[in-house]
Ligand binder design. Structure first.
Ligand SMILES: [Zn+2]
Length: 74
């Protein structure tokens, strides 16, 4: 289980300055881009390659967190 204190400091790796993550079952979900990060053995795996893309989104480049940091739009 992720403690509220830990949850408060975790951020989406695509945009660490602005995002918060929400606990949803056995995943952490970015409130902005909706990437779903798995929690393995009680530790959140905040790796984009391990995360589940939201439905309707094929690549990480389409996510709002990613788009903001990059001048190139996919
Ligand atoms: Zn995000």
């Amino acid at each position: 289980m992720i403690s509220p204190d830990l949850l408060a400091i975790l951020r989406c790796p695509l945009n660490p300055s602005k995002t918060r993550l929400l606990l949803e079952g056995n995943h952490l979900v970015c409130e902005r881009c909706a990437l779903k990060f798995p929690i393995k053995d009680g530790f959140p795996v905040l790796v984009v390659e391990e995360a589940e893309l939201p439905s309707g989104c094929d690549t990480v480049g389409q996510l709002p967190c990613q788009c903001e940091d990059s001048p190139r739009h996919a």
